[in-house]
Write a protein that binds this ligand. Structure first.
Ligand code: TXA
Ligand code: MG
Length: 332
């Protein structure tokens, strides 16, 4: 007998959005589209709803969640803003930027892993913003993947990973950015620090703030202790297949390898290629490469290769974020 899947994929109709908003208000968790990656959302002000997120993901409660709001009117409800935060919000929200700020008392300790700060962002995805508005609550949402695995960039990825653990996924199509948001620590507006690289670059942030934004370098291999920047876990976003990172992949490197090794270039290499050679974007456009990275890694992970070789992105813009994810995916 065929088992009917528990999970329902819902398109963003007005009726479906109203239904999902009611489910969220009732304390259910819902897979949601964002421009970065798909999230697993719950009412951020309801600790027992948020606990379901940790359970579904197998995520330790020492790793805090990002709180998503629909507009600037809601910022003061969850966070204590400062002029630097307002400046960045004006320039980059709605969008792939998360700010860490002092939290307000209404945010449950479970959401922030007992930290006195909260990570907050206004997502660019319109469907998700409409859902937040309809729910009438800030929504906590981490990426909708099992803890440590590659983030989902389509509703189908969410179903594949969490289909037995959740009931609803709002289908908003493929994520346009494809990498998790940039995270900046603005608890002290005079000492901004980059906690996670993303589509909004360190250079853009420094330019907007008129001061450098150093990278927070402390990477931890343990997931157990509560961290200032839990997103800095060394191994994360990882396929099951071992990965090896190269500065550049060359055709001679490929020809010395075996057929059960996959080679992942940023751009399509010239000339005819063997079947175990892949690329992220035909022309090496880094925005498009970032968009396809996680889907590609998932594909290669399930193709049965013994090892995935990947090369670093070169240059500006999204290169830093792509290389950060590749490094963590390859970390042992
Ligand atoms: O693009 C994104 O940010 C996606 C979408 C769904 O919005 N979300 C996402 O969430 O990537 P998550 O949980 O996978 O990654 C958020 C990171 C975590 O590593 C978490 O530890 C960190 O943000 N974080 C959350 N609250 C924090 C806080 N108060 N201080 C420092 N880091 C925090
Ligand atoms: Mg994540």
């Amino acid at each position: 007998m065929k088992r009917t899947p528990k999970v329902r994929l819902l398109k963003g109709t007005a009726k479906n959005l109203a239904f999902l908003a009611r489910r969220l208000r009732a304390g259910e968790i819902v897979g949601v589209p964002t421009e970065t990656v798909y999230g697993l959302a719950a009412d951020a002000l309801n600790p027992s709803a948020c606990l379901k997120i940790f359970e579904a993901k197998g995520r330790p409660t020492t790793d805090p969640l990002i709180v998503h709001i629909a507009s600037m009117d809601s910022l003061a409800e969850v966070a204590v803003a400062n002029p630097a935060a307002i400046k960045l919000a004006k320039q980059f929200w709605p969008g792939p930027l998360t700010m860490v700020l002092p939290k307000t008392p209404v945010v449950p300790n479970l959401v922030t892993a007992n930290l006195p700060s909260v990570a907050v962002r206004i997502p660019a995805n319109r469907l998700f913003r409409r859902l937040i508005k309809l729910t009438g609550r800030p929504l906590a949402a981490p990426s909708a993947n099992p803890f440590g695995y590659i983030s989902p960039t389509t509703a189908e990825h969410v179903v594949a990973n969490l289909g037995t653990k959740i009931k609803y996924v709002l289908d908003g199509g493929a994520a346009t950015v494809g990498l998790e948001s940039t995270i900046i620590d603005l608890r002290d507006p005079n000492r901004p620090r980059l906690l996670r690289p993303g589509a909004i670059t360190r250079e853009e942030l420094a330019e907007a703030l008129g001061q450098p934004v150093p990278l927070h370098r402390r990477t931890s291999t343990k997931s157990s202790k509560s961290q200032v920047a839990p997103g800095s876990l060394k191994r994360h976003y990882s396929p099951q297949t071992p990965m090896q990172l190269h500065r550049r992949i060359s055709s001679s490197l490929v020809s010395r390898g075996q057929a059960d090794e996959a080679w992942l270039y940023i751009a399509r290499p010239r000339g005819p290629q063997p079947k175990n050679v892949f690329w992220l974007d035909l022309h090496g456009d880094l925005n498009l490469a970032a968009r396809s990275l996680f889907a590609r890694l998932r594909e290669l992970d399930s193709a049965g290769f013994r090892i995935i070789h990947a090369e670093n992105a070169q240059g500006q813009g999204r290169a830093a974020a792509i290389n950060d994810r590749l490094r963590r995916a390859a970390a042992r």
